[in-house]
Design a protein around this ligand. Sequence first.
Ligand code: HEC
Length: 152
Amino acid sequence: MKKIFISLGVILSTALLLSACHSEDPNSPVSMRKHVFKQMLSSKEVLFKIASGQKGFDAKLALTEVNALNALSDQPWKYFSEEFKSAGNGAAKDNVWTNKALFQQKVTAFKGAVSNMKQVMAADRVDFVTFKKAYHDLENTCAQCHQQFRDF
Ligand code: HEC
């Protein structure tokens, strides 16, 4: 009897696993870009906490997170190339395919803000106000792209 329960359990968990895979293939372009965005979010959240005063101002930690964002800043966009159109939109709006020029403009603005913040934070002494300004500029570039291209 115990054996039956165990094999039933195995069958059930396999079925669950398969259905999870079916809905979201981790190697699909949509999953790959979402994965990068989630990593970007975790760095952004640390910066947000510092900027909003929930966390003390730690310029070294902020620089680490900005460097992490910088390393990720090239990555999601390749999964929006034409060849991946058939993989579906995920939560992206259709205009990621139809208004590529504007999308590219938002990518460029974002990368510019990350690289600016990286430069700001790499200075010997950075004051909180300067940090906050660079952070808000960066945060705006995330929000401005989302407003245009992400279906919440
Ligand atoms: C140039 C446009 C653009 C910029 C810049 C951008 N995003 Fe996004 N983001 C998108 C699009 C489009 C989606 C929807 C992707 C999808 O579902 O396939 C998205 C989705 C997300 C998601 C949801 C991922 C999921 O699991 O569904 C998070 C989190 C996110 N972005 C965080 C950020 C953060 C943080 C920044 C800035 C540091 C940022 N994004 C900058 C376009 C952008």
